[in-house]
Design a protein. Structure first.
Length: 378
């Protein structure tokens, strides 16, 4: 056995069950609601709605990516349209633009939240309008759980009458001025993938204050079947609904959401305190009124080389860490598209590292991480 195998693995972000999930899943078995839809789906949707407040309606779907796909469709995005998208994010934020044959245009981040820069968004819109193209939608992301500059971004969207798809896949439990992330956009998107703050193994949701959107999403997600005794279709449908079995996991998970947020915020505070002696390591603080679920705790190191040294040293200790998201405008698949950038996300990618952030990490785990990082400065 080599050294790595003798040390227990510390994951970046692993599932953390609350305890009641199996009861809800057992309900599904006992009542034979194994087929999609059923009481767990309805109850999970209600629980999400109660958590988010602001009288939103919720459609539980098979993934966050499916929710973005349907969300863009509902906002009227079709072939040839342009969609403005935050560049600093996971590829799933932008892939659905491609599914629809639309064109992504990437917008860089600002340094206070690492999310979409209001000034670059304005520049992108004004530039496209001056070339007689009005962007059809804006996809903006609360990355790593940190809310974007909601007020500024939404004011610009309103000024130009462009709808917002709010990618809140990483931000369930986060809020801006005491309002839940996921409720700000014309359409909001959540994810319950295995590494997110709560999980249904795989799943997502489309959220909106406009019930017509969630009704339509459910219609499209269940094969777009018209009201007729036989199977009749006037629209192209999708098979995107969440299953009743997985919604049972979700019901148990959402009961412990605040505990999960508290645990992840504690991880962040631990890292900040333990690494405070190293002046060269920077953290992303919450601006006033911004409340992050701290889905992942991230640090900025002094250089690309230092980031790699730390990442490899952690790996040697069997500890998983990950560079910050590679900006989409730098991805081979998206590199040909227009972009409005100022170097912010490129610098974050070069210097940034996500540390183990699971809500199930022990104090011992956390010390293993910080002790390993501290050694890089000895
Ligand atoms: C996870 C994630 C998604 C996609 O969600 P899935 O449920 O995995 O399809 C979209 N956007 C962001 C920012 C994500 O982190």
């Amino acid at each position: 056995m080599n050294v790595v195998e003798t040390k227990e693995k510390i994951w970046l972000s692993s599932p953390h069950m609350g305890g009641t999930e199996q009861e809800y899943v057992k309900d599904a078995f006992d009542t034979n609601w194994i087929a999609p839809l059923g009481p767990n789906v309805n109850a999970f949707e209600n629980a999400i709605g109660n958590t988010l407040g602001s009288s939103v309606s919720v459609a539980a779907l098979s993934s966050g990516t499916a929710a973005i796909h349907l969300g863009l469709k509902l906002l009227g995005v079709t072939k040839g349209d342009e969609v403005l998208c935050q560049s600093f994010t996971f590829s799933a934020s932008a892939n659905p633009i491609m599914y629809l044959g639309a064109t992504p245009i990437f917008v860089d981040s600002e340094v206070n939240t690492w999310n979409m820069s209001p000034s670059l968004l304005r520049k992108a819109i004004e530039t496209r309008i001056s070339e007689n193209k009005i962007p059809k939608a804006i996809i903006v992301v609360h990355l790593y759980g940190m809310p974007y500059k909601v007020e500024e971004i939404h004011a610009i969207a309103k000024e130009f009458k462009i709808p917002i798809l709010e990618d809140s896949a990483e931000a369930l439990g986060s809020s801006y001025m005491n309002k839940a992330c996921g409720t700000f956009g014309d359409i909001g998107v959540l994810s319950f993938n295995g590494n997110k703050i709560i999980t249904t193994s795989g799943g997502g949701a489309l959220v909106s204050k406009n019930k017509a959107y969630t009704d339509r999403a459910i219609f499209l997600a269940t094969q777009a079947r018209d009201d007729a005794p036989h199977y009749q279709h006037s629209n192209v449908g999708y098979n995107y609904r969440m299953s009743n079995v997985l919604a049972g996991i979700g019901r148990g998970q959402i009961e412990v959401l605040q505990d999960r947020v508290d645990a992840r915020r504690k991880n962040y505070e631990f890292y900040k305190k333990e690494l405070s002696s190293i002046k060269e390591i920077e953290f992303l603080e919450e601006p006033n009124g911004f409340y992050s679920n701290r889905w992942l705790s991230c640090i900025l190191t002094p250089s690309f080389q230092k980031r790699e040294d730390i990442r490899l040293a952690l790996l040697e200790e069997n500890i998983e860490s990950r560079p910050l998201w590679k900006p989409l405008h730098m991805q081979p698949i998206f590199s040909e598209y227009q972009k409005f950038i100022d170097g912010t996300s490129e610098a974050l990618f070069e210097r940034g590292l996500c540390l183990p952030s699971g809500s199930n990490l022990t104090q011992t785990d956390l010390y293993r991480v910080t002790n390993c990082i501290k050694k890089e400065w000895l």
